[in-house]
Ligand binder design. Structure first.
Ligand SMILES: [Zn+2]
Length: 583
Protein backbone atom coordinates (compact mmCIF):
# COMPACT_ATOMS: atom_id res chain seq x y z
CA UNK A 1 0.00 0.00 0.00
CA UNK A 2 3.02 2.29 0.26
CA UNK A 3 2.70 3.33 -3.37
CA UNK A 4 -0.94 4.36 -2.92
CA UNK A 5 -1.65 8.07 -2.77
CA UNK A 6 -3.07 9.32 0.58
CA UNK A 7 -6.48 10.01 -0.93
CA UNK A 8 -6.72 6.51 -2.31
CA UNK A 9 -5.66 5.03 1.01
CA UNK A 10 -8.80 6.50 2.53
CA UNK A 11 -10.89 5.03 -0.25
CA UNK A 12 -9.47 1.53 -0.07
CA UNK A 13 -8.26 -0.73 2.69
CA UNK A 14 -6.64 -4.12 2.83
CA UNK A 15 -8.42 -6.90 4.76
CA UNK A 16 -6.26 -8.27 7.60
CA UNK A 17 -7.83 -11.69 7.05
CA UNK A 18 -7.64 -12.38 3.31
CA UNK A 19 -5.63 -9.38 2.08
CA UNK A 20 -8.38 -8.40 -0.37
CA UNK A 21 -8.38 -4.76 -1.37
CA UNK A 22 -11.76 -3.42 -0.27
CA UNK A 23 -13.61 -0.22 -1.04
CA UNK A 24 -13.88 1.59 2.33
CA UNK A 25 -17.47 2.72 1.86
CA UNK A 26 -18.56 -0.79 0.98
CA UNK A 27 -16.67 -2.13 4.00
CA UNK A 28 -18.30 0.40 6.33
CA UNK A 29 -21.74 -0.45 4.92
CA UNK A 30 -20.91 -4.04 5.80
CA UNK A 31 -20.13 -2.94 9.42
CA UNK A 32 -16.38 -3.33 8.80
CA UNK A 33 -16.75 -7.04 8.17
CA UNK A 34 -14.87 -8.25 5.10
CA UNK A 35 -17.41 -9.34 2.47
CA UNK A 36 -14.86 -11.77 1.05
CA UNK A 37 -13.72 -13.72 4.14
CA UNK A 38 -15.88 -12.51 7.04
CA UNK A 39 -12.98 -11.02 9.00
CA UNK A 40 -14.32 -8.62 11.66
CA UNK A 41 -12.07 -5.54 11.70
CA UNK A 42 -11.63 -3.78 15.04
CA UNK A 43 -14.00 -0.91 15.72
CA UNK A 44 -13.46 2.26 17.74
CA UNK A 45 -15.96 2.93 20.51
CA UNK A 46 -17.94 5.66 18.68
CA UNK A 47 -18.50 3.48 15.62
CA UNK A 48 -19.33 0.48 17.82
CA UNK A 49 -21.98 2.48 19.66
CA UNK A 50 -23.42 3.70 16.37
CA UNK A 51 -23.78 0.11 15.18
CA UNK A 52 -25.22 -1.26 18.42
CA UNK A 53 -27.95 1.14 19.50
CA UNK A 54 -31.22 2.38 18.05
CA UNK A 55 -30.63 5.43 15.83
CA UNK A 56 -31.23 8.68 17.69
CA UNK A 57 -31.29 7.05 21.14
CA UNK A 58 -27.66 7.58 22.14
CA UNK A 59 -26.95 9.90 25.10
CA UNK A 60 -23.29 10.07 26.07
CA UNK A 61 -22.48 10.11 29.78
CA UNK A 62 -19.95 12.66 31.10
CA UNK A 63 -16.37 11.55 30.54
CA UNK A 64 -14.33 14.36 32.05
CA UNK A 65 -12.30 13.33 35.08
CA UNK A 66 -9.39 15.00 36.84
CA UNK A 67 -6.00 14.23 35.32
CA UNK A 68 -4.50 11.16 36.90
CA UNK A 69 -0.89 10.08 37.07
CA UNK A 70 -1.19 8.49 40.48
CA UNK A 71 2.31 7.05 40.73
CA UNK A 72 4.22 9.55 38.54
CA UNK A 73 5.15 6.73 36.21
CA UNK A 74 8.00 7.22 33.76
CA UNK A 75 9.37 4.60 31.39
CA UNK A 76 11.12 5.89 28.30
CA UNK A 77 8.33 8.50 28.16
CA UNK A 78 6.41 10.13 31.02
CA UNK A 79 2.89 8.70 31.28
CA UNK A 80 1.12 12.06 30.68
CA UNK A 81 2.82 12.24 27.26
CA UNK A 82 1.42 8.85 26.33
CA UNK A 83 -2.04 9.96 27.49
CA UNK A 84 -1.93 13.17 25.43
CA UNK A 85 -0.84 11.24 22.34
CA UNK A 86 -3.71 8.75 22.79
CA UNK A 87 -6.20 11.60 23.15
CA UNK A 88 -4.91 13.36 20.07
CA UNK A 89 -5.00 10.25 17.89
CA UNK A 90 -8.45 8.99 18.99
CA UNK A 91 -10.32 12.18 19.86
CA UNK A 92 -11.46 10.41 23.04
CA UNK A 93 -10.73 11.45 26.61
CA UNK A 94 -10.21 7.86 27.80
CA UNK A 95 -10.26 4.23 26.69
CA UNK A 96 -13.99 3.84 27.32
CA UNK A 97 -17.11 5.64 26.10
CA UNK A 98 -20.24 5.35 28.25
CA UNK A 99 -23.79 6.15 27.23
CA UNK A 100 -27.44 5.41 27.72
CA UNK A 101 -29.41 4.26 24.71
CA UNK A 102 -32.09 1.86 23.60
CA UNK A 103 -31.52 -1.39 21.75
CA UNK A 104 -34.58 -2.75 20.02
CA UNK A 105 -36.54 -0.22 22.05
CA UNK A 106 -35.17 -1.45 25.40
CA UNK A 107 -33.18 1.01 27.50
CA UNK A 108 -29.69 0.10 28.70
CA UNK A 109 -26.49 1.68 29.86
CA UNK A 110 -23.47 0.87 27.71
CA UNK A 111 -19.76 1.11 28.39
CA UNK A 112 -17.72 0.50 25.26
CA UNK A 113 -13.94 0.18 25.39
CA UNK A 114 -11.67 1.46 22.65
CA UNK A 115 -8.52 -0.54 21.95
CA UNK A 116 -6.92 2.34 20.05
CA UNK A 117 -6.56 4.27 23.33
CA UNK A 118 -3.45 2.81 25.04
CA UNK A 119 -4.54 -0.69 24.13
CA UNK A 120 -7.90 -0.23 25.87
CA UNK A 121 -6.03 -0.50 29.14
CA UNK A 122 -7.90 -0.38 32.43
CA UNK A 123 -6.68 2.57 34.47
CA UNK A 124 -8.27 4.50 37.31
CA UNK A 125 -10.28 6.76 34.99
CA UNK A 126 -11.58 3.84 32.93
CA UNK A 127 -12.55 1.99 36.12
CA UNK A 128 -14.25 5.09 37.47
CA UNK A 129 -16.21 5.73 34.27
CA UNK A 130 -17.41 2.12 34.00
CA UNK A 131 -18.33 2.10 37.70
CA UNK A 132 -20.34 5.30 37.22
CA UNK A 133 -22.05 3.72 34.21
CA UNK A 134 -22.96 0.72 36.38
CA UNK A 135 -24.24 3.03 39.11
CA UNK A 136 -26.34 4.82 36.51
CA UNK A 137 -27.83 1.48 35.45
CA UNK A 138 -28.61 0.74 39.10
CA UNK A 139 -30.23 4.16 39.62
CA UNK A 140 -32.31 3.83 36.45
CA UNK A 141 -32.95 0.11 37.10
CA UNK A 142 -31.92 -0.87 33.58
CA UNK A 143 -29.42 -3.44 32.26
CA UNK A 144 -25.72 -2.77 31.80
CA UNK A 145 -23.91 -3.80 28.62
CA UNK A 146 -20.11 -3.81 28.59
CA UNK A 147 -18.29 -4.07 25.28
CA UNK A 148 -14.70 -5.02 26.05
CA UNK A 149 -11.50 -4.51 24.04
CA UNK A 150 -8.40 -4.39 26.17
CA UNK A 151 -4.89 -5.66 26.66
CA UNK A 152 -5.44 -5.58 30.43
CA UNK A 153 -4.71 -3.33 33.38
CA UNK A 154 -2.78 -0.10 32.74
CA UNK A 155 0.79 -0.65 33.94
CA UNK A 156 1.48 3.08 34.16
CA UNK A 157 -0.95 3.35 37.08
CA UNK A 158 0.62 0.48 38.99
CA UNK A 159 -1.38 -1.51 41.49
CA UNK A 160 -4.11 1.15 41.51
CA UNK A 161 -5.12 -0.10 38.07
CA UNK A 162 -5.37 -3.60 39.54
CA UNK A 163 -7.77 -2.24 42.16
CA UNK A 164 -10.13 -1.19 39.34
CA UNK A 165 -10.87 -4.87 38.74
CA UNK A 166 -12.41 -4.95 42.22
CA UNK A 167 -14.09 -1.55 41.92
CA UNK A 168 -15.95 -2.44 38.73
CA UNK A 169 -16.68 -5.97 39.97
CA UNK A 170 -18.41 -4.70 43.07
CA UNK A 171 -20.56 -2.42 40.90
CA UNK A 172 -21.50 -5.54 38.90
CA UNK A 173 -22.23 -7.34 42.17
CA UNK A 174 -24.63 -4.55 43.12
CA UNK A 175 -26.51 -5.01 39.83
CA UNK A 176 -26.57 -8.76 40.41
CA UNK A 177 -28.12 -8.24 43.84
CA UNK A 178 -30.69 -5.83 42.43
CA UNK A 179 -31.76 -8.38 39.81
CA UNK A 180 -30.57 -6.22 36.92
CA UNK A 181 -29.08 -7.90 33.88
CA UNK A 182 -25.41 -7.43 33.05
CA UNK A 183 -24.04 -8.50 29.66
CA UNK A 184 -20.53 -8.37 28.35
CA UNK A 185 -19.73 -8.46 24.67
CA UNK A 186 -16.16 -9.65 24.14
CA UNK A 187 -14.54 -8.07 21.13
CA UNK A 188 -11.03 -8.58 19.84
CA UNK A 189 -8.87 -8.55 21.87
CA UNK A 190 -9.92 -8.89 25.54
CA UNK A 191 -7.10 -9.89 27.90
CA UNK A 192 -5.60 -9.61 31.35
CA UNK A 193 -7.31 -7.66 34.09
CA UNK A 194 -10.35 -6.85 31.97
CA UNK A 195 -10.85 -10.50 31.00
CA UNK A 196 -10.37 -11.52 34.64
CA UNK A 197 -13.05 -9.16 35.94
CA UNK A 198 -16.00 -7.45 34.27
CA UNK A 199 -15.61 -9.15 30.88
CA UNK A 200 -16.45 -12.51 32.44
CA UNK A 201 -18.30 -11.93 35.74
CA UNK A 202 -21.42 -10.58 34.07
CA UNK A 203 -24.64 -12.63 33.83
CA UNK A 204 -24.17 -13.26 30.13
CA UNK A 205 -21.01 -13.31 28.07
CA UNK A 206 -21.30 -12.88 24.30
CA UNK A 207 -18.30 -13.06 22.02
CA UNK A 208 -18.20 -11.28 18.71
CA UNK A 209 -17.22 -13.59 15.90
CA UNK A 210 -13.42 -13.92 15.71
CA UNK A 211 -12.79 -12.22 19.08
CA UNK A 212 -9.99 -13.55 21.25
CA UNK A 213 -10.23 -13.55 25.03
CA UNK A 214 -7.94 -14.88 27.73
CA UNK A 215 -6.24 -14.12 31.00
CA UNK A 216 -2.68 -14.56 29.72
CA UNK A 217 -1.74 -13.44 26.24
CA UNK A 218 -0.46 -15.95 23.64
CA UNK A 219 3.08 -14.53 23.77
CA UNK A 220 3.34 -15.04 27.53
CA UNK A 221 1.88 -18.54 27.31
CA UNK A 222 4.32 -19.54 24.57
CA UNK A 223 7.18 -18.15 26.63
CA UNK A 224 6.14 -20.03 29.77
CA UNK A 225 5.20 -23.34 28.17
CA UNK A 226 7.68 -23.29 25.29
CA UNK A 227 5.01 -24.95 23.13
CA UNK A 228 3.02 -24.00 20.07
CA UNK A 229 -0.56 -23.07 20.91
CA UNK A 230 -3.51 -25.19 19.75
CA UNK A 231 -5.39 -24.16 16.63
CA UNK A 232 -7.87 -21.35 17.29
CA UNK A 233 -6.65 -21.00 20.88
CA UNK A 234 -8.58 -18.30 22.82
CA UNK A 235 -10.82 -17.48 19.85
CA UNK A 236 -14.57 -17.12 20.19
CA UNK A 237 -15.49 -20.52 18.70
CA UNK A 238 -13.01 -22.36 20.91
CA UNK A 239 -14.18 -20.39 23.97
CA UNK A 240 -17.71 -21.53 23.16
CA UNK A 241 -16.59 -25.17 22.93
CA UNK A 242 -14.87 -24.87 26.32
CA UNK A 243 -17.94 -23.38 27.96
CA UNK A 244 -16.44 -19.93 28.45
CA UNK A 245 -19.06 -17.88 26.60
CA UNK A 246 -22.84 -18.08 26.12
CA UNK A 247 -22.80 -17.46 22.39
CA UNK A 248 -20.72 -16.34 19.46
CA UNK A 249 -22.43 -13.61 17.47
CA UNK A 250 -21.71 -12.17 14.04
CA UNK A 251 -21.40 -8.40 14.10
CA UNK A 252 -24.53 -7.85 12.04
CA UNK A 253 -26.53 -9.92 14.54
CA UNK A 254 -25.26 -8.21 17.68
CA UNK A 255 -27.92 -5.53 17.88
CA UNK A 256 -30.89 -7.85 17.29
CA UNK A 257 -29.41 -10.47 19.64
CA UNK A 258 -28.89 -7.93 22.44
CA UNK A 259 -32.38 -6.58 21.81
CA UNK A 260 -33.82 -10.08 22.17
CA UNK A 261 -31.90 -10.70 25.40
CA UNK A 262 -33.05 -7.39 26.85
CA UNK A 263 -36.63 -8.19 25.87
CA UNK A 264 -36.45 -11.67 27.42
CA UNK A 265 -35.07 -10.50 30.73
CA UNK A 266 -37.40 -7.54 30.89
CA UNK A 267 -40.40 -9.84 30.52
CA UNK A 268 -39.40 -11.83 33.59
CA UNK A 269 -38.67 -8.92 35.87
CA UNK A 270 -42.20 -8.15 37.18
CA UNK A 271 -42.58 -11.72 38.44
CA UNK A 272 -39.50 -11.41 40.63
CA UNK A 273 -39.87 -10.51 44.28
CA UNK A 274 -39.26 -6.81 44.81
CA UNK A 275 -35.62 -6.07 45.51
CA UNK A 276 -34.77 -3.47 48.12
CA UNK A 277 -33.28 -0.47 46.44
CA UNK A 278 -29.52 -0.41 46.52
CA UNK A 279 -27.55 2.41 48.05
CA UNK A 280 -26.99 4.72 45.08
CA UNK A 281 -23.68 6.47 44.65
CA UNK A 282 -21.08 6.07 47.37
CA UNK A 283 -21.78 8.11 50.44
CA UNK A 284 -18.20 8.71 51.23
CA UNK A 285 -18.56 11.10 54.13
CA UNK A 286 -21.33 9.24 55.88
CA UNK A 287 -19.72 5.83 55.54
CA UNK A 288 -16.42 7.15 56.67
CA UNK A 289 -18.04 8.46 59.81
CA UNK A 290 -19.94 5.32 60.65
CA UNK A 291 -16.97 3.13 60.00
CA UNK A 292 -15.29 1.64 63.00
CA UNK A 293 -11.67 0.65 62.55
CA UNK A 294 -11.84 -1.01 59.13
CA UNK A 295 -12.20 2.24 57.19
CA UNK A 296 -9.21 3.84 58.84
CA UNK A 297 -7.41 5.75 56.12
CA UNK A 298 -3.87 4.77 55.46
CA UNK A 299 -1.56 7.16 57.24
CA UNK A 300 2.09 6.26 56.96
CA UNK A 301 2.77 7.87 60.32
CA UNK A 302 0.48 5.46 62.15
CA UNK A 303 1.61 2.18 60.67
CA UNK A 304 4.09 -0.07 62.30
CA UNK A 305 6.84 0.41 59.75
CA UNK A 306 10.21 0.10 61.34
CA UNK A 307 12.59 -0.33 58.45
CA UNK A 308 15.22 -2.74 59.65
CA UNK A 309 17.80 -1.02 57.52
CA UNK A 310 17.79 2.71 58.10
CA UNK A 311 18.65 3.26 54.44
CA UNK A 312 15.53 2.71 52.34
CA UNK A 313 15.90 -0.50 50.39
CA UNK A 314 15.81 -0.31 46.60
CA UNK A 315 12.59 -1.68 45.12
CA UNK A 316 14.49 -4.26 43.08
CA UNK A 317 16.22 -5.59 46.22
CA UNK A 318 12.79 -5.91 47.80
CA UNK A 319 11.57 -7.89 44.78
CA UNK A 320 14.46 -10.33 45.23
CA UNK A 321 13.78 -10.54 48.96
CA UNK A 322 10.09 -11.26 48.31
CA UNK A 323 11.11 -14.14 46.02
CA UNK A 324 13.75 -15.59 48.36
CA UNK A 325 13.34 -19.39 48.49
CA UNK A 326 13.90 -19.38 52.25
CA UNK A 327 10.96 -17.06 52.85
CA UNK A 328 8.25 -18.66 55.00
CA UNK A 329 5.37 -20.13 52.95
CA UNK A 330 1.67 -20.32 53.73
CA UNK A 331 2.04 -23.84 55.16
CA UNK A 332 4.91 -22.57 57.35
CA UNK A 333 2.65 -19.84 58.71
CA UNK A 334 -0.21 -22.29 59.17
CA UNK A 335 2.16 -24.19 61.43
CA UNK A 336 3.69 -21.22 63.26
CA UNK A 337 0.96 -18.54 63.41
CA UNK A 338 -2.16 -20.69 63.58
CA UNK A 339 -3.12 -23.82 65.54
CA UNK A 340 -5.00 -26.98 64.62
CA UNK A 341 -5.08 -26.46 60.84
CA UNK A 342 -7.51 -28.80 59.13
CA UNK A 343 -6.77 -28.75 55.43
CA UNK A 344 -9.75 -28.90 53.08
CA UNK A 345 -9.22 -30.02 49.51
CA UNK A 346 -10.82 -29.76 46.10
CA UNK A 347 -12.98 -27.54 43.94
CA UNK A 348 -15.76 -30.21 43.65
CA UNK A 349 -15.52 -29.85 39.87
CA UNK A 350 -12.77 -32.37 39.26
CA UNK A 351 -9.50 -31.04 40.64
CA UNK A 352 -7.44 -30.03 43.66
CA UNK A 353 -4.89 -27.35 42.84
CA UNK A 354 -1.67 -27.73 44.86
CA UNK A 355 -0.79 -24.03 44.49
CA UNK A 356 -3.64 -23.03 46.80
CA UNK A 357 -4.07 -24.44 50.29
CA UNK A 358 -6.93 -23.74 52.62
CA UNK A 359 -8.88 -24.92 55.59
CA UNK A 360 -10.06 -24.18 59.09
CA UNK A 361 -7.55 -23.15 61.75
CA UNK A 362 -7.42 -21.40 65.12
CA UNK A 363 -5.95 -17.97 65.62
CA UNK A 364 -5.62 -17.49 69.38
CA UNK A 365 -9.08 -18.64 70.55
CA UNK A 366 -10.91 -17.89 67.29
CA UNK A 367 -11.64 -20.21 64.39
CA UNK A 368 -10.88 -18.79 60.99
CA UNK A 369 -10.81 -19.97 57.37
CA UNK A 370 -7.27 -19.59 56.06
CA UNK A 371 -6.63 -19.62 52.30
CA UNK A 372 -3.24 -18.99 50.76
CA UNK A 373 -0.91 -19.60 47.86
CA UNK A 374 1.68 -22.26 48.53
CA UNK A 375 5.14 -22.06 46.97
CA UNK A 376 7.96 -24.11 48.51
CA UNK A 377 11.60 -23.93 49.51
CA UNK A 378 13.20 -26.49 47.21
CA UNK A 379 12.93 -26.84 43.45
CA UNK A 380 11.01 -30.09 43.88
CA UNK A 381 8.50 -28.40 46.20
CA UNK A 382 8.17 -25.41 43.90
CA UNK A 383 7.49 -27.63 40.90
CA UNK A 384 4.97 -29.72 42.84
CA UNK A 385 3.16 -26.51 43.83
CA UNK A 386 3.40 -24.97 40.36
CA UNK A 387 5.46 -22.13 41.91
CA UNK A 388 2.36 -20.90 43.75
CA UNK A 389 0.55 -20.16 40.49
CA UNK A 390 -3.09 -21.12 40.96
CA UNK A 391 -5.05 -22.90 38.25
CA UNK A 392 -8.76 -22.20 37.77
CA UNK A 393 -9.32 -25.17 40.11
CA UNK A 394 -7.27 -23.37 42.76
CA UNK A 395 -9.38 -20.25 42.43
CA UNK A 396 -12.56 -22.32 42.56
CA UNK A 397 -11.34 -24.13 45.67
CA UNK A 398 -10.67 -20.75 47.26
CA UNK A 399 -14.14 -19.60 46.20
CA UNK A 400 -15.74 -22.67 47.75
CA UNK A 401 -13.90 -22.09 51.02
CA UNK A 402 -14.76 -18.37 51.10
CA UNK A 403 -18.46 -19.11 50.63
CA UNK A 404 -18.30 -21.89 53.20
CA UNK A 405 -16.68 -19.50 55.68
CA UNK A 406 -19.45 -16.97 55.17
CA UNK A 407 -22.11 -19.64 55.72
CA UNK A 408 -20.40 -20.85 58.89
CA UNK A 409 -19.76 -17.33 60.17
CA UNK A 410 -15.98 -17.77 60.05
CA UNK A 411 -13.71 -14.84 59.21
CA UNK A 412 -11.43 -15.36 56.21
CA UNK A 413 -7.68 -14.80 56.41
CA UNK A 414 -5.81 -14.97 53.11
CA UNK A 415 -2.05 -15.25 52.68
CA UNK A 416 -0.98 -14.02 49.25
CA UNK A 417 2.29 -15.22 47.72
CA UNK A 418 2.15 -15.82 43.98
CA UNK A 419 4.05 -14.61 40.93
CA UNK A 420 0.63 -14.64 39.22
CA UNK A 421 -2.13 -16.99 38.12
CA UNK A 422 -1.13 -20.06 36.09
CA UNK A 423 -0.62 -18.86 32.49
CA UNK A 424 -0.82 -22.31 30.86
CA UNK A 425 -2.90 -23.60 27.97
CA UNK A 426 -5.19 -25.79 30.08
CA UNK A 427 -5.66 -22.99 32.63
CA UNK A 428 -6.98 -20.83 29.82
CA UNK A 429 -9.19 -23.61 28.47
CA UNK A 430 -10.64 -24.17 31.93
CA UNK A 431 -11.57 -20.51 32.28
CA UNK A 432 -8.79 -18.84 34.24
CA UNK A 433 -10.14 -15.34 33.55
CA UNK A 434 -13.66 -16.17 34.70
CA UNK A 435 -12.41 -18.05 37.77
CA UNK A 436 -10.40 -15.03 38.95
CA UNK A 437 -13.25 -12.67 38.07
CA UNK A 438 -15.75 -14.64 40.14
CA UNK A 439 -13.46 -14.66 43.19
CA UNK A 440 -12.95 -10.91 42.99
CA UNK A 441 -16.66 -10.27 42.67
CA UNK A 442 -17.55 -12.69 45.46
CA UNK A 443 -15.02 -11.16 47.85
CA UNK A 444 -16.40 -7.66 47.28
CA UNK A 445 -19.69 -8.77 48.84
CA UNK A 446 -18.71 -11.71 51.08
CA UNK A 447 -20.71 -11.27 54.31
CA UNK A 448 -17.91 -12.14 56.72
CA UNK A 449 -14.69 -10.37 57.75
CA UNK A 450 -11.86 -10.76 55.24
CA UNK A 451 -8.27 -9.98 56.18
CA UNK A 452 -5.58 -10.33 53.50
CA UNK A 453 -1.83 -10.41 53.99
CA UNK A 454 0.63 -10.08 51.13
CA UNK A 455 3.38 -12.29 52.55
CA UNK A 456 5.73 -12.54 49.54
CA UNK A 457 4.87 -11.84 45.91
CA UNK A 458 1.51 -10.25 45.15
CA UNK A 459 1.38 -10.87 41.40
CA UNK A 460 -1.44 -9.13 39.52
CA UNK A 461 -4.91 -10.69 39.09
CA UNK A 462 -3.85 -13.95 40.69
CA UNK A 463 -3.02 -12.04 43.88
CA UNK A 464 -6.14 -9.89 43.78
CA UNK A 465 -8.27 -13.04 43.55
CA UNK A 466 -7.38 -13.53 47.24
CA UNK A 467 -6.84 -9.92 48.28
CA UNK A 468 -10.14 -8.04 48.08
CA UNK A 469 -10.45 -7.56 51.83
CA UNK A 470 -11.58 -5.34 54.69
CA UNK A 471 -7.97 -4.89 55.74
CA UNK A 472 -4.90 -5.55 53.61
CA UNK A 473 -1.61 -6.07 55.42
CA UNK A 474 1.76 -6.51 53.82
CA UNK A 475 5.01 -7.89 55.16
CA UNK A 476 7.79 -5.34 54.99
CA UNK A 477 9.71 -7.09 52.19
CA UNK A 478 6.72 -8.28 50.19
CA UNK A 479 5.77 -6.74 46.85
CA UNK A 480 2.37 -6.24 45.21
CA UNK A 481 2.15 -5.29 41.55
CA UNK A 482 -0.04 -5.15 38.49
CA UNK A 483 2.69 -6.87 36.46
CA UNK A 484 6.12 -8.34 37.20
CA UNK A 485 8.99 -5.88 36.77
CA UNK A 486 10.41 -8.18 34.07
CA UNK A 487 7.09 -8.21 32.19
CA UNK A 488 6.72 -4.45 32.48
CA UNK A 489 10.30 -3.89 31.28
CA UNK A 490 9.75 -6.17 28.29
CA UNK A 491 6.77 -4.09 27.19
CA UNK A 492 7.72 -0.51 28.02
CA UNK A 493 11.51 -0.54 27.91
CA UNK A 494 13.77 -1.73 25.12
CA UNK A 495 14.39 -5.01 26.97
CA UNK A 496 13.91 -7.07 30.12
CA UNK A 497 17.19 -5.94 31.66
CA UNK A 498 15.36 -2.77 32.68
CA UNK A 499 13.47 -4.79 35.33
CA UNK A 500 15.12 -2.90 38.23
CA UNK A 501 13.98 0.43 36.76
CA UNK A 502 10.51 -0.98 36.17
CA UNK A 503 10.41 -2.19 39.79
CA UNK A 504 11.08 1.37 40.97
CA UNK A 505 8.53 2.90 38.57
CA UNK A 506 5.76 0.48 39.55
CA UNK A 507 5.69 1.49 43.27
CA UNK A 508 5.29 -2.07 44.40
CA UNK A 509 6.85 -1.99 47.88
CA UNK A 510 4.90 -2.04 51.13
CA UNK A 511 5.67 1.57 52.16
CA UNK A 512 4.69 2.81 48.67
CA UNK A 513 1.40 0.91 48.72
CA UNK A 514 0.66 2.07 52.23
CA UNK A 515 1.01 5.65 51.04
CA UNK A 516 -1.35 4.93 48.12
CA UNK A 517 -3.93 3.48 50.52
CA UNK A 518 -3.88 0.07 48.83
CA UNK A 519 -2.33 -1.47 51.95
CA UNK A 520 -3.46 -0.58 55.46
CA UNK A 521 -0.52 -1.71 57.51
CA UNK A 522 3.03 -2.89 57.02
CA UNK A 523 4.13 -5.81 59.18
CA UNK A 524 7.80 -5.23 60.02
CA UNK A 525 10.17 -8.11 59.39
CA UNK A 526 12.98 -9.03 61.77
CA UNK A 527 16.53 -7.80 61.24
CA UNK A 528 17.66 -8.96 57.79
CA UNK A 529 14.40 -10.37 56.43
CA UNK A 530 11.66 -12.92 57.14
CA UNK A 531 13.79 -15.89 56.11
CA UNK A 532 16.52 -14.96 58.61
CA UNK A 533 14.18 -15.36 61.57
CA UNK A 534 10.95 -17.16 60.63
CA UNK A 535 9.87 -17.56 64.27
CA UNK A 536 10.04 -13.84 64.94
CA UNK A 537 8.29 -13.13 61.62
CA UNK A 538 5.49 -15.48 62.66
CA UNK A 539 5.19 -13.79 66.05
CA UNK A 540 4.86 -10.37 64.42
CA UNK A 541 2.40 -11.61 61.80
CA UNK A 542 0.24 -13.23 64.48
CA UNK A 543 0.16 -10.00 66.50
CA UNK A 544 -0.77 -7.98 63.40
CA UNK A 545 -3.50 -10.46 62.43
CA UNK A 546 -5.09 -10.29 65.88
CA UNK A 547 -4.90 -6.50 66.08
CA UNK A 548 -6.60 -6.17 62.71
CA UNK A 549 -9.08 -9.04 62.90
CA UNK A 550 -10.62 -8.49 66.34
CA UNK A 551 -12.24 -5.10 65.55
CA UNK A 552 -13.77 -6.60 62.38
CA UNK A 553 -15.53 -9.33 64.34
CA UNK A 554 -17.86 -6.82 66.00
CA UNK A 555 -19.00 -5.23 62.75
CA UNK A 556 -22.34 -6.54 61.38
CA UNK A 557 -21.83 -8.31 58.01
CA UNK A 558 -23.95 -5.83 56.04
CA UNK A 559 -21.88 -2.96 57.38
CA UNK A 560 -18.66 -4.83 56.61
CA UNK A 561 -19.70 -5.27 53.00
CA UNK A 562 -20.66 -1.61 52.73
CA UNK A 563 -17.31 -0.51 54.12
CA UNK A 564 -15.42 -2.92 51.87
CA UNK A 565 -17.24 -1.48 48.86
CA UNK A 566 -16.33 2.00 49.97
CA UNK A 567 -12.71 0.96 50.38
CA UNK A 568 -12.45 -0.20 46.78
CA UNK A 569 -14.67 2.55 45.39
CA UNK A 570 -12.16 5.17 46.46
CA UNK A 571 -9.40 3.87 44.17
CA UNK A 572 -10.93 5.82 41.28
CA UNK A 573 -9.59 9.12 40.09
CA UNK A 574 -10.39 10.59 43.49
CA UNK A 575 -6.92 9.34 44.31
CA UNK A 576 -5.47 11.70 41.77
CA UNK A 577 -5.60 14.53 44.28
CA UNK A 578 -3.16 12.73 46.54
CA UNK A 579 -0.38 12.53 43.97
CA UNK A 580 2.04 14.42 46.12
CA UNK A 581 1.55 11.90 48.88
CA UNK A 582 2.40 9.09 46.49
CA UNK A 583 5.99 10.10 46.01
ZN1 LIG B 1 -11.13 -10.63 4.08
Amino acid sequence: MTATAPREEQLWSRCAGCASLLYRKRLRRNLDVCPECGEHARLGAPERLRQLVDPGSLRLLPDQLPEADPIDFVDVLPYPHRLSAARASTGLSEAVVCATATIGGHPAVLAVMDFRFLGGSLGCAVGELITRAAERALDDRIPLILVTASGGARMQEGVLSLMQMATVSQAIAALREAGLLTVSVLTDPTYGGVAASFATNTDLVLAESGARMGFAGPRVIRQVTGRALPEGFQTADVLLRHGQVDMVVQRRSLRPRLGALLAATRATRPSRPPVPRQEPAPRRERLAETGPTPARPADPTTVGVEPTNPAVRDAWDTVRMARHPGRPTTLDYLDSVFDGFLQLHGDRLGADCPAVVGGVARLADRHVMVIGHQKGHTTAELVARNFGMASPAGHRKALRLMRLAARLGLPVVTLVDTPGADPGVSAEEQGQAAAIAENILTLTVLPTPVLAVITGEGGSGGALALAVADRVLMLENAVYSVISPEGCAAILWPDRSAAPQAARALRLTAPDLCRLGVVDEVVPEPSGAAHDDPAETARRLRAALLTNLLPLLDVPPAMLVRLRRQRFRRFGTTRAGSRAGAR
